[in-house]
Design a protein around this ligand. Structure first.
Ligand SMILES: *Cc1c(COP(=O)(O)O)cnc(C)c1O
Length: 363
């Protein structure tokens, strides 16, 4: 099966093999060496000198950790939202008692930096800005470089969901002054689900010292104290750590600039291919994502039938639309262990499957 959904993503064979290794004591020497090694490698990928913690959690757990470690109930925060994951970030902050001001943009359109500036001007009591770097549900990458430089000027805390971008699309955490950034093992890292990685910078630690949202499992103070002893506070997903070590080794060999360039090429190939089929992109192309491509489903197309055909007859698994986009779009995930040839395979399959699912080419 060719798995082309935006997470979990396919894993290289050596990464899978690493997971068959016997368990070790997570309070023993072998694990100490493992966590020190992978943490150092992760800092290179985050492009940060700050702290990076490895949480045993899916990406959403990491997003929750960012919120509860830096905010207090009643804090006013600005949540930028243009898709399912922006809405989820907002919902997490609200469920812990933050006073969330939502700044929403049409799905498929990027966050407008001027609108963010106006919102920050209008309410000086805002403490933090929440943003999703790459909105997986719409196939769009927000201009985090511009957003972060604005947020720095206003001296607010910046929390970033980079689950489907970090390690695929450039995100220099320190250079952009992103205070807390989270990602997950099952997206660009080519590792099975189970781990979430989170960077914590200087300003985030200051916020953490005063943050009163309830937390126990996610507490960054505990994570830091245990990491100083080369451990995690709780039993980690040991096998996923094994896989991560192997994957980070190959990512280091390829090198960040090459990884970003490959995702750019793969993204271009996906967009060109989709357009060559007479289909159109859902997201504003100026902000189209290099990790996931969302495609408008024309009225003639039965997306359920298309995804079923691709799965059953072509061995290719694509993703449908989430939330209000169900039935309106379908998506190709192209992050992590993916090449231009893999995209050619998808486009070739679509070429014959689309008419069988009702698609009548008009353009
Ligand atoms: C996948 C994803 C998440 C996390 O989802 P989990 O299922 O909890 O791992 C969060 N944000 C974005 C942008 C994602 O793509």
């Amino acid at each position: 099966m060719s798995l082309r959904v935006p997470g979990p993503t396919p894993c290289p064979e050596p990464v899978l093999q690493a997971m068959t290794k016997q368990m070790i004591n997570h309070r023993g020497k072998e694990f100490e060496e493992l966590i020190v090694h992978v943490t150092a490698r992760l800092k290179e990928l985050f492009q940060t000198e700050g702290d990076v913690f490895i949480l045993t959690a899916s990406g959403t757990g990491g997003v929750e950790a960012m919120v509860v470690n830096t905010l207090s109930p009643g804090d006013r925060v600005l949540a930028l939202s243009n898709g399912v994951f922006g809405e989820r970030f907002t919902a997490i902050a609200e469920s812990y008692g933050a006073e969330v001001q939502r700044l929403s943009f049409e799905w498929g359109r990027a966050v407008e930096v001027d609108a963010v500036a106006r919102a920050l001007d209008a309410d000086p009591s805002l403490k933090a800005v929440l943003v999703v770097h790459n909105e997986t549900s719409t196939g769009l990458t927000n201009d985090l470089g511009a957003i972060s430089s604005l947020v720095r000027r206003y001296e607010k805390l910046l929390l970033v969901d980079a689950v489907s971008s970090l390690g695929c699309i450039d995100l220099p955490v320190d250079a952009w002054g992103c205070d807390v950034v989270v990602t997950g093992s099952q997206k660009g890292f080519m590792v099975p689900p189970g781990l979430s990685f989170v960077s914590v910078g200087e300003r985030a630690w200051q916020a953490h010292a005063e943050a009163k949202m309830p937390r126990f499992y996610w507490d960054f103070t505990k994570a830091k104290r245990f990491l100083e002893t080369k451990q995690t506070p709780w039993t980690p997903a040991v096998s996923t750590f094994y896989a991560l070590a192997v994957s980070l080794e190959s990512m280091a060999q390829e090198g960040l600039p090459n990884i970003f360039a490959r995702h750019q090429r793969v993204g271009n190939r996906a967009r060109d291919g989709v357009k060559s089929l007479g289909l159109s992109l859902f997201a504003d192309e100026a902000y189209a994502s290099n990790t996931v491509t969302a495609i408008n489903a024309p009225d003639s197309l039965d997306t359920g039938k298309l995804l079923g055909l691709l799965r059953e007859e072509y061995g290719i698994v694509l993703a449908g639309g989430q939330g209000k986009l169900r039935g309106k779009i379908f998506r190709i995930g192209h992050l992590g262990y993916v090449t231009e040839d893999d995209i050619e395979e998808v486009i070739g399959a679509l070429r014959t499957a689309l008419p069988r699912a009702g698609f009548v080419r008009t353009g």
